[in-house]
Design a protein around this ligand. Structure first.
Ligand SMILES: C[S@@+](CC[C@H](N)C(=O)[O-])C[C@H]1O[C@@H](n2cnc3c(N)ncnc32)[C@H](O)[C@@H]1O
Length: 229
């Protein structure tokens, strides 16, 4: 069945948030980075502005700018309504209010939209669906990132996560995944089992982040190929 844009809730974060979620240091910013499930985040745009090297992969990049823009406007009110109803589940430290949240997210997504067609032409936004194979050789990227996608959508299942992350680890020297809880901020057996699986053959680390928006979402998973120092 063809993938439909109305099954996605596009909602994007900015570079400052990516830096905090993934503990990206200054020396990481000049590395070759892949963003999996970057959606309408403006990390790619802001990094490109700073001469960084980021390729973003997402299912929604098969759609036009107009279609993505329309979908963002469709979900905006519902997402903000849900946030209003669940305010107590969030830490209002970096982002201080619902109004600031909406303007931060909308600003990030507008930056993404302004860059989308140029970035697509430059090969920076690539339509790709995990768990499909990526058109790159081994260790092409230094770091692969996944924010609010892998491990979070537990309904995608164990096999999906193992195959997707194995493919990411083929083309990236290391991958970083944030957060490591499900959509309801719970640790799940699936997440534990996926981590156990990679611990057998890779260096696996769970590190605390300064970034915590949903309460308890403050841990980052880093998986490195053993031959990476
Ligand atoms: C909640 S958004 C996160 C966007 C961005 N990473 C951020 O944190 O701002 C999740 C993204 O994962 C993408 N996605 C879902 N399933 C996917 C798949 N199988 N392959 C690639 N992208 C997928 C969605 O299209 C969506 O853009």
């Amino acid at each position: 069945m063809a993938f439909k844009l109305d099954s996605v809730v596009p909602w994007g974060r900015n570079m400052e948030e990516y830096k905090l979620m993934f503990r990206l240091e200054d020396n990481d910013m000049s590395k070759k980075i892949a963003g999996f499930g970057d959606g309408p985040a403006c990390f790619n745009y802001e990094m490109t502005e700073r001469n960084g090297s980021v390729i973003s992969f997402d299912l929604i990049y098969q759609f036009s700018k107009e279609d993505i823009e329309k979908r963002i406007e469709e979900v905006r009110t519902t997402v903000m309504q849900q946030m209003r109803e669940n305010m107590d589940n969030y830490v209002w430290k970096n982002i201080k209010s619902l109004e600031e949240l909406e303007s931060t997210r909308m600003s990030a997504m507008r930056k993404f939209l302004s860059d989308y067609e140029k970035g697509k032409a430059e090969g920076r936004y690539v339509f790709h669906e995990l768990l499909d194979k990526l058109p790159y050789g081994a260790d092409y990227f230094d770091i692969g990132l996944s924010s609010h996608f892998l491990l979070m959508y537990t309904s995608l299942g164990y096999d999906f996560h193992i195959a997707s992350m194995t493919e990411m680890l083929r083309v990236c020297k290391e991958i970083r995944i944030f957060p490591i809880v499900d959509l309801d901020a719970n640790k799940t057996d699936l997440i534990k089992n996926v981590i156990d699986y990679f611990q057998r053959d890779y260096n696996v680390e769970i590190v605390k982040t300064e970034y915590e928006f949903q309460k308890g979402d403050n841990k980052l998973l880093i998986i490195k190929n053993r031959d990476v120092i």
